[in-house]
Design a protein around this ligand. Structure first.
Ligand code: NAP
Ligand code: ZN
Length: 349
């Protein structure tokens, strides 16, 4: 039995609830959770914006905590280790994507940390807005950041890997001009990562108030996307643009900024479609629109090690467990600087 925060229906606020976790099996790691980041996907899911939400819904997939017990066959972790859990807790482990370490694309369906099928009650997975979790050792990550940074490490488990993976796949680095659209939870980490990879980084924001911050995060240039003149100055110049926006918007604004063979990759998944893109913009310049989903477990460990080496964490605002709904409302208004993190210790208060 463990305390958690979740919702019983899409139109209900989150409330404290008691949930059960399985006893650790031979390959399991039991974790006492210290911090859990608040991702916009949590909000989309718990409010039913994507459809298919299973209730009760306990969100949370940016988990950092300490190992409290390990199963008999676990060798990589021991009691007391500081560890992380991200967006997945299981996959088939034998299909081609799993064998390549791309568990997020498991052909038999990976198990998301929350809202995924599982055998234990209530029949679907319950996430990190809770005091404890039990996870198969293959889906547990090692954390080497200093202890005082752990709350700010939590968002790397989703916001970090979701931006690191496409930045690597589309080869952000020296000599490349990279745009990051939407300076929220994902976007602000993406700016730091792209800069650390050596790219020339341009941040696109709808919020004039984030202009100075984006420069401090490491952007070489900032464009307020509502300003047509500022946008036009970058026409035809980007190798890669990563779009993290959680709401429908005109993709043409960004495909038109790509250079020859440039790619606009979408990671934001709004609850309703973007307006259809102008195909002419894609044909002229052989430009692409692509998508990307989190990242595999080996790459997530690589990202955590890269961040530890480069001193990268998220910029966070710590909240109490009973403040999650208020944080959701602020996130909906783009009023987040730049990731809310739940101090799980407040569930005891
Ligand atoms: P977030 O913290 O709310 O940030 C989204 C940012 O998008 C906002 O801060 C805002 O930045 C911008 N924005 C919001 N509404 C906008 C609008 N109407 N027009 C233009 N810009 C707008 O959200 P997040 O946690 O980073 O997540 C972003 C999206 O990625 C969500 O849809 C989430 O579900 C999705 N996601 C996908 C994956 C994946 O694997 N593909 C993983 C995690 C999350 P500015 O103020 O700078 O404009
Ligand atoms: Zn997430």
């Amino acid at each position: 039995m463990t305390k958690a925060y979740g919702a019983t229906a899409a139109d209900r606020p989150l409330e404290e609830m008691t949930i059960t976790r399985r006893a650790p099996g031979a390959n399991d790691v039991a974790i006492a959770i210290d911090y859990c980041g608040v991702c916009h996907s949590d909000l989309h899911t718990v409010r039913g914006e994507w459809g298919g939400t299973l209730f009760p819904c306990v969100p949370g997939h940016e988990i950092v905590g300490r190992v409290t017990a390990v199963g008999a066959d676990v060798t990589a972790f021991k009691e007391g280790d500081v560890v992380g859990v991200g967006c997945m807790v299981d996959s088939c482990q034998h299909c081609s994507p799993c064998e390549q370490g791309l568990e997020q694309f498991c052909e038999n369906g990976m198990t998301p940390t929350y809202n995924g099928d599982c055998e234990e009650a209530p029949g679907h997975t319950l996430g990190g807005y809770s005091q404890d979790i039990v996870v198969s050792d293959k889906f547990v990550l090692k954390i080497t950041h200093p202890t005082e940074q752990l709350a700010a490490v939590a968002p790397l488990l989703c916001a970090g890997i979701t931006t690191y993976s496409p930045l690597r796949h589309w080869k952000a680095g020296p000599g490349k001009k990279v745009g990051i659209v939407g300076i929220g939870g994902l976007g602000h980490v993406a700016v730091k990562l792209a800069k650390a990879m050596g790219a020339h980084v341009v941040a696109f924001t709808t919020s004039e108030s984030k202009r100075e911050d984006a420069l401090k995060l490491g952007a070489d240039e900032v464009v307020v996307s509502r300003n047509a003149g500022e946008m036009a100055a970058h026409r035809g110049s980007f190798d890669f643009i990563l779009d993290t926006v959680a709401a429908p918007h005109k993709l043409d604004d960004y495909t038109g900024l790509l250079t020859l063979d440039g790619t606009l990759t979408l990671v934001g998944l709004p609850d309703s479609p973007h307006p259809s893109p102008n195909i002419g913009y894609l044909i002229m310049g052989r430009r692409s629109i692509a998508g990307s989903l989190i990242g595999g477990i080996p790459e997530t460990q690589e990202m955590l090690d890269f961040c530890a080496e480069h001193g990268i964490t998220a910029d966070i605002e710590m909240i109490r467990a009973d403040g999650i709904d208020e944080a959701y409302e602020r996130m909906k208004r783009s009023d987040v600087k730049y990731r809310f993190v739940i101090d799980i210790a407040t569930m005891d208060a």
